[in-house]
Design a protein around this ligand. Structure first.
Ligand SMILES: NCc1[nH]cc(CCC(=O)O)c1CC(=O)O
Length: 311
């Protein structure tokens, strides 16, 4: 089985992990790196690349459809909820960490940074959350892989950077971080989860299925139902996090205005049984409480901006 992925260090680490797990399950698998337009045009800002971030996933999907590869490995949060005809989400691996973390040069926490300190992030969700919870801080776009971001932090261009803890874990980087409370800084839907996409009902599909982690599947489906109902896409400041405890799910979701001045959130516990309908109802509550209006306002303001970086 050829396991296709982008050429970034993180993507390759994810594909290697899937290959290792497939082999342990008795399936012969090897990684196949695909250079996407984003990897080729590294010197251009991401928003200048046609299609933005979702384009990477679509390019890999095209190779899957053509049959160049048998399985595609992605970060689930980058995989749009609408899938091309014939392709399916076959499996998700156990969630490593849904949390966002903050890294500073001297180990200070976000709350210890002085007035006007600059936090690097390209996610509209993260910058809206920082503006809301720490209005004295500034946010500034940052691009590049984790190594590049750390270098920019160390060179003093930023006082802090905020990113997904899962990326650091997958790259085996043990650096001191501040782990942010997910009920304050609600993570992006599906953050910290590796996904395997295949053609429907193929040998590759059934092979991938063996790796599926049911608890993570249910949590991430709840999150996907919520974000797809709000139709925010990848760039709107929105978070959704579901955590399964026994036969219940603790769910929190929120939408913010781009400047963080407005925030609508819903938190509730729902039963695992019938989770699809319960998740849809939570989405409806978020929408009616003003979430939909915030999504539409943010989309309008962001018109023309493609998914520069998924939330
Ligand atoms: N938006 C890009 C992206 N897609 C997946 C991850 C991290 C790994 C994950 O969440 O699975 C990242 C980087 C980040 O948000 O810091």
């Amino acid at each position: 089985m050829r396991v296709g992925t982008r050429g970034s260090k993180l993507a390759m680490a994810q594909a290697e992990k899937v290959c290792r797990l497939l082999k342990e399950a008795g399936v012969d698998a090897e990684p196949a790196t695909i250079k996407t337009s984003g990897d080729i045009q590294v010197d251009r800002p991401l928003h200048a690349i046609k299609g933005g971030f979702g384009a990477f996933v679509r390019e890999i999907d095209d190779h899957l459809i053509k049959g160049d590869i048998d399985l595609a490995v992605h970060s689930l949060k980058d995989v749009p909820t609408k899938r091309p005809e014939g392709l399916v989400l076959a499996a998700v691996l156990p969630r490593e960490s849904a949390l966002d973390v903050v890294i500073t040069r001297d180990g200070r926490k976000l709350s210890e940074l002085g007035e006007g300190s600059i936090v690097g992030t390209s996610s509209t969700r993260r910058s809206a959350q920082i503006k809301r919870h720490y209005p004295h801080l500034l946010t500034k776009n940052i691009r590049g892989n984790v190594d590049t971001r750390l270098r920019k932090l160390n060179e003093g261009e930023y006082d802090a950077i905020m990113l997904a803890e899962a990326g650091l874990i997958r790259l085996d980087m043990s650096i001191p971080v501040e782990r942010l409370d997910p009920y304050t800084f609600v993570p992006s839907a599906n953050q910290g989860v590796i996904a395997i996409v295949t053609k429907k009902d193929t040998d590759a599909f059934f092979a991938a299925r063996k790796l599926n982690h049911m608890e993570t599947w249910i949590e991430t489906q709840v999150e996907r139902i919520i974000i797809s109902r709000l139709e925010g896409g990848c760039v709107v400041p929105m978070g959704a996090y579901a955590c399964m405890v026994g036969d219940e799910l603790d769910v929190i979701c929120e939408v913010l205005s781009l400047d963080g001045s407005q925030q609508v959130r819903v938190r509730d516990t729902i039963p695992v049984e019938g989770y699809e309908e319960h998740a849809a109802r939570i989405a409806e509550r978020l929408s009616l409480a003003g979430g939909k209006a915030l999504v539409d306002a943010a989309k309008k303001e962001l018109r023309g901006v493609t998914d520069e970086q998924c939330n």
